[in-house]
Write a protein that binds this ligand. Structure first.
Ligand code: ADP
Ligand code: MG
Length: 224
């Protein structure tokens, strides 16, 4: 929680965020415009530009999508949910992508897991982003271990990867908008996670060793 507010504080002004957003969207737009102009002049083989243009459009789309979660145009619906079902759905969703990267996902879940008061859609987004980050951190494959247990009145969901890890320099920037080390990253995923888990009065704890891997702990409070 405190961590979340520290991060939220960093965002400081809404203006800073908006400026970043404008910048991130303007880049692919400028590139799209350039390609359209070249095509209009009729001097090129259009086909080869389509892929780049499509990926630039996808990029704008994912930036806007991640921002929508933060802006929250809808009322999030909190209700008792089976966290394990949500988790397993996310694993199924990303299993193919993991397999393509020689990654095996292993899940270990405590029996009779209690239901958790949460927004299913939002928690799903958190799990997707954390699992995707884990996959993206393991370019040469390996194992991702996911476990769920009850600890001190909280549901604890733990994601352990064998990825590249996070250096000390990068560590304190996690959750900062647009902070990414990836060529095609948006740097918005973790900010979204902090916001959502903060709204749920839960916590995110990260432990990482460079070249060894990273552990993400998500805690969500259980009602008595
Ligand atoms: P994106 O995935 O678009 O880069 P995120 O906010 O999801 O944005 O993540 C921000 C950065 O945090 C990543 O670019 C990466 O450097 C680092 N990161 C997040 N998760 C992991 C992980 N499991 N292993 C290594 N680095 C990670
Ligand atoms: Mg991400």
């Amino acid at each position: 929680m405190e961590d979340f507010y520290r991060k939220a504080d960093k965002l400081n002004a809404v203006g800073q965020l908006a400026a970043g957003l404008a910048h991130e969207i303007r880049n692919p737009l400028t590139s799209l415009r350039g390609f359209l102009q070249i095509m209009q002049s009729g001097q090129v083989n259009k086909e080869e530009y389509f892929d780049i243009m499509l990926s630039e459009i996808d990029r704008i789309n994912s930036i806007v999508n991640e921002f929508l979660v933060i802006a929250k145009p809808y009322q999030s619906k909190f209700q008792k949910n089976d966290l394990i079902r949500i988790l397993q759905g996310v694993v199924t969703l990303l299993e193919a992508q993991a397999a393509l990267n020689n990654i095996k996902i292993m899940t270990e879940v405590e029996e009779c897991f209690p239901c958790v008061e949460c927004s299913e859609m939002e928690i799903k987004q958190v799990f997707v982003n954390i699992l995707k980050n884990a996959i993206e951190a393991m370019p040469s494959g390996g194992v991702i271990r996911i476990s769920a247990c009850v600890q001190e009145g909280n549901a604890l969901i733990r994601f352990i990867d064998q990825g590249v890890g996070i250096s000390e320099n990068q560590f304190h920037r996690l959750g900062e908008p647009f902070f990414t080390t990836k060529e095609k990253g948006t740097g918005l995923g973790l900010m979204m996670c902090y916001k959502i888990i903060g709204d749920h009065k839960g916590g995110i704890n990260i432990h990482s060793v460079v070249h060894e891997g990273t552990t993400f702990d998500i805690t969500l409070p259980l009602q008595e």
